[in-house]
Write a protein of this length. Structure first.
Length: 729
């Protein structure tokens, strides 16, 4: 009898085991759950919150899920995700430093864990020690309803978080009105139909607060009278799951302030009506903060905040003009995965390229106007400069003012040294004699954590270098200037010191600062995130002045070609293109991000280009017509587009430097007679060797310390990809 009972018991035990496995998921009980941070890198979390996904091997009941952090049960934060056996939840209350999140099933099985490193919402995370001084401006910041954000809550310029709703009126479509509180909607609320076909009231939720010591806003369609409060698992119905990182403009005066404005109004963006969400920060407005690496950290933190509030977007694009263009490019390249596509106007590769081109032009203009006045005709001066005319040359030279900390310098016409925001007290400002330890208003000192510092002066180290540069070489070869003029120019052009004073000797850039400039992406490389995302340069330029020159657009494209073999993931249009640009880029992004194949991201991007995604320009007709043709760097009418939009050059390119304008310090080679026209005599060559005793630039070689961008670099406190700050003795 007993012999017959034992098999029955065994079968009963097996049945119980099978039922238990079915209840909790056999694979789930046996496999280790994976924990993934969705809102940011798990090692770079900020503000004490992180959105996590926990995935098991098969279907799992939510009641069986057990999640804890530092021994605290946070299981109730998680909801089932679309993926079977996966859960998404916002974990809050993280301590600064390392936190361990653990996940398992209550019924038993393997346990998974993930280490989360959290940093304060005030930063820093990767940008290094805080810039000091730093002037708070929350008191003056205007909210959408016209009220003020209010005084800072602490020395870190923190402010309260405010959520307001505004709506578009049917009677005045250009104005956003504050939405009255309550459940009743005003009779003039407009409606809009989003890109995914949902018709909703045109009501925008605007959240304002502080992140990384800057003031942030995010904006998304949300009707509080019918929609629940947004969350990462219940995003607003009007959001089309597409996100825009928006940036401001400018650079001069962009230091030592929090900023009281964004430079652009995200409520004016027409893509809001299509359901796009936007986020921005005052530190992404270069007029407040001319430091693209800090802007990258701020973008990282701002996107994290958005995701933890509304959920993960289908894709994120970055947009901007001028300063917003180079910020978009530099952030996307240095921080791959943060930005999925870039659509820009009035393009520069980076702010540094403007300043360095300005330094070359300023030295050349100083030579023409002060060192050797009357020695060159106006036409010869323009030929040596590469610009279209003298005014454009002068405008370029005056951009060196963003490297000059000395106030009220008497220099070129229109030159404005030491540009300051009025919010910075006079007592904190640098003066070479009256306040030599004051804050220095330069593009270098604003990013001193990258460039490093000179211990003896406290000044930021500089990457500008003109050793071996043969100014006017192309003009000599073209016969525009004589050998005597060429030699005198290069013998007496000189350089600048750390205070941007003219000096007789050439300027040697700090080689350590040069390397870190490339590593941090302050000189745009193009081999990071930009190698495998759509880039749309909806180009505008002004060759006659204003320093938005066409050559910057072609320098960007050439940098991409150099490091990636081609620039097929970039489309360039010339002149204004209106809504056609947004439509083309949206189609490109949708096709690219919808490609679920196993192909490499760059291959997906290139094959996803729509029919309209080709280079070309708009003619001058009314309405303008698009001319599809390859765009070339030329001032001559070699094509329809160059006839309409000739592109001029710059000082260093006319010194035979690369179009990419990305060599900070050239490698040198001996003077070789074969490199010069026969008009140079033997005596001229001997003099040239005396002028360049260590040699002249060899532009066929990479620059000194020209290294690829170190993606997701850190200058502290995060130890991940840490690049040590440097102080010269």
């Amino acid at each position: 009898m007993l012999a017959r009972i034992k098999p029955a018991r065994a079968r009963s035990s097996a049945l119980v085991g099978a039922l238990l496995a079915a209840a909790i998921g056999t694979a789930g009980a046996q496999s280790t759950p994976t924990i993934t941070a969705l809102s940011t890198d798990a090692s770079l979390v900020t503000g004490g919150d992180v959105l996590l996904k926990i995935a098991f091997g098969s279907r799992v009941s939510r009641d069986n899920l057990q999640v804890s952090v530092a021994g605290r049960d946070v299981s109730n934060a998680f909801q089932p995700a679309a993926e079977p056996g996966a859960f998404v939840g916002l974990v809050t209350g993280l301590a600064n430093g390392k936190n361990v999140v653990e996940a398992s099933l209550r019924a038993g099985g393997a346990r998974g864990s993930r280490e989360i490193t959290n940093y304060p919402i005030t930063g820093p995370v990767i940008s290094g020690p805080w810039q000091q001084p730093f002037i708070c401006q929350t008191t003056d910041f205007e909210l959408p309803d016209g009220s003020k954000l209010g005084p800072p809550l602490d020395a870190n310029c923190s402010a309260r978080t405010v959520v307001q709703h505004v709506y578009r009126s049917t009677s005045d479509p250009k104005t956003m009105k504050p939405l009255p509180k309550g459940r009743e909607l005003p009779p003039d609320v407009a409606s809009t139909t989003t890109s995914d076909g949902k018709t909703v009231h045109f009501i925008v939720r605007v959240e304002t607060g502080t992140i990384n010591r800057g003031i942030y806003q995010n904006a998304v369609l949300h009707d509080p009278t019918v929609d629940p409060e947004p969350s990462p698992v219940a995003p607003p119905r009007g959001w089309n799951r597409r996100l825009i990182a928006q940036h401001g403009v400018g650079c001069p005066s962009g230091w030592y302030i929090q900023g009281g404005r964004f430079g652009v109004n995200i409520l004016d963006n027409p893509q809001l009506a299509d359901g796009y969400a936007l986020f921005i920060n005052t530190l992404n407005h270069p007029t407040n903060s001319c430091n693209a690496f800090l802007a990258g950290e701020t973008t990282m933190m701002g996107k994290e905040r958005f995701i933890e509030t509304f959920g993960v977007p289908f894709y994120t694009i970055s947009t901007g003009a001028s300063g917003g263009a180079y910020t978009s490019l530099q952030v996307a390249d240095a921080f791959p995965g943060l930005i999925d596509g870039v659509s820009i106007r009035a393009t520069f590769p980076d702010a540094l390229s403007i300043a360095l081109a300005g330094l070359d032009a300023r030295l050349l203009m100083h030579y023409f106007t002060s060192t050797n006045p009357g020695g060159f005709t106006e036409g010869q001066q323009v030929a040596a400069s590469g610009y279209s005319e003298l005014k454009a040359f002068l405008d370029a030279a005056n951009q060196a003012q963003r490297t000059d900390p000395v106030p009220d310098r008497a220099d070129l016409e229109g030159y404005q040294s030491a540009r300051w925001n009025p919010a910075v007290p006079q007592a904190k400002r640098y003066h070479p004699t009256d306040n030599p330890t004051g804050a220095r208003p330069t593009i270098f000192d604003a990013a001193r954590n990258v460039y490093g510092t000179d211990r003896s002066t406290g000044f930021a180290l500089r990457p500008f270098d003109n050793v071996g540069v043969q100014y006017g070489l192309n003009a000599l070869k073209a016969g525009a200037i004589t050998a005597a003029q060429f030699l005198d120019l290069n013998e007496r052009i000189g350089g600048v010191d750390q205070d941007s004073n003219y000096v007789a000797r050439r300027t040697a850039g700090d080689t350590g600062a040069i390397k870190r400039t490339y590593q941090a992406g302050l000189m745009l490389g193009g081999s990071g995130g930009l190698a495998s995302i759509p880039i749309f340069d909806n180009g505008t330029s002004n060759e006659a002045g204003g320093y938005h020159y066409g050559w910057f657009h072609f320098a960007l494209r050439e940098r991409l070609r150099q490091v990636n073999g081609d620039a097929d993931n970039m489309v360039m249009w010339r002149s204004v293109s209106g809504s056609a640009a947004d439509q083309m880029f949206a189609a490109w992004m949708d096709a690219y991000k919808s490609d679920s194949s196993t192909a490499a991201a760059r291959a997906k991007v290139i094959r996803a280009k729509p029919r309209a995604g080709v280079d070309g320009c708009y003619d001058g007709a009314t309405p303008p017509a698009f001319i599809a043709e390859a765009l070339v760097f030329s001032r001559k009418p070699v094509s329809k587009c160059t006839a309409l939009y000739p592109v001029y050059s710059n000082v260093r390119h006319e010194a035979a430097g690369p179009l990419a304008a990305n060599v900070l310090k050239c490698q040198l080679k001996p003077v070789d007679a074969h490199d010069y026209p026969s008009s140079l005599s033997a005596a001229d060559l001997m003099r040239l060797k005396h002028i360049f005793p260590t040699g002249v630039c060899d532009w066929t070689k990479p620059g000194v310390n020209q290294v690829p961008v170190t993606t997701w670099a850190s200058f502290g406190p995060s130890p991940k990809n840490l690049i040590a700050a440097e102080t010269r003795p």
